[in-house]
Design a protein around this ligand. Sequence first.
Ligand code: OGA
Ligand code: MN
Length: 284
Amino acid sequence: MKTKNIHTDFGKEISDVDITNLDKEESAKIIELFEEYSLLIIKNQKITNDEQIKFSKIFGKLEITKPGTLGSNSNVVILTNIDEFGNVVSTSHKQSKNDRANQQWHSDSSFKIVPAQASILSGKKIPSQGGNTDFVSMRNVYENLKEDIKLKVDELKAVHHFAHSRSKIDEKMVSKEEYEKFPPVIQPMVKINPKNKKKALYFGSHTAYVKDLSKNESIGLLNYLLDFATKEKFIYSHEWEENDLLIWDNRAILHRGKSYNPEEPRYLVRTTVEDSFTRAEYLN
Ligand code: OGA
Ligand code: MN
């Protein structure tokens, strides 16, 4: 197994490995790199969904895909603009809206009582231009915050709500079932990795507001932090090639999809590992 840097602050590309055929040392090495570098890119992994699921389990327990998402009730999320007949959907279609919702900076499943640890995303069909996925290391962002802001966010918690991120795309996008299944939850604004104690700023598109601040203070702080976190120098933008496999740590990474020609097909498959170390609190 060989590794190379992809950004000065985080991430590694791994080569000379076959994720369908890992020995114990290789699995351990991948987990070690994941904990340390937060984003891993493994090229040329032409895998089935079952192979992806099997590999993903080295990180922990997998999420069951929620209602309202392609792949519902299985261990995979299908991110695509192709419908069940093989046609590219129109921009008013739910799948296209889901795509646009993912184009807001976020951390996967931060709206859930058990949030996500790793996301593992396999690129199957890639548009000829655009459709990158952007990543920021929130450890690096936290490190670069001014001391007084660090002290402030250390003490703060925020309310995350699935309906909040979706309302920015379409007020009617969230079904009654999703609304009831995902009530607002309270998450810390700074996550501490249980193994290496590294701190990362934690918020994103699902963050509705910061607790115990006035509405204006909350909006001001979230805008300031998002502006700060998504400066060009902090971003690694991944230009997909078919059969790329990306693994990121949602406890330490903010990510977003980028737009592409909506007439071209795009198809990615995600598996998501639960963060078994943390549990949010319900708001009510
Ligand atoms: C995801 C996601 C963005 C993209 O898979 O969790 O946000 O580029 N993807 O499709
Ligand atoms: Mn995502």
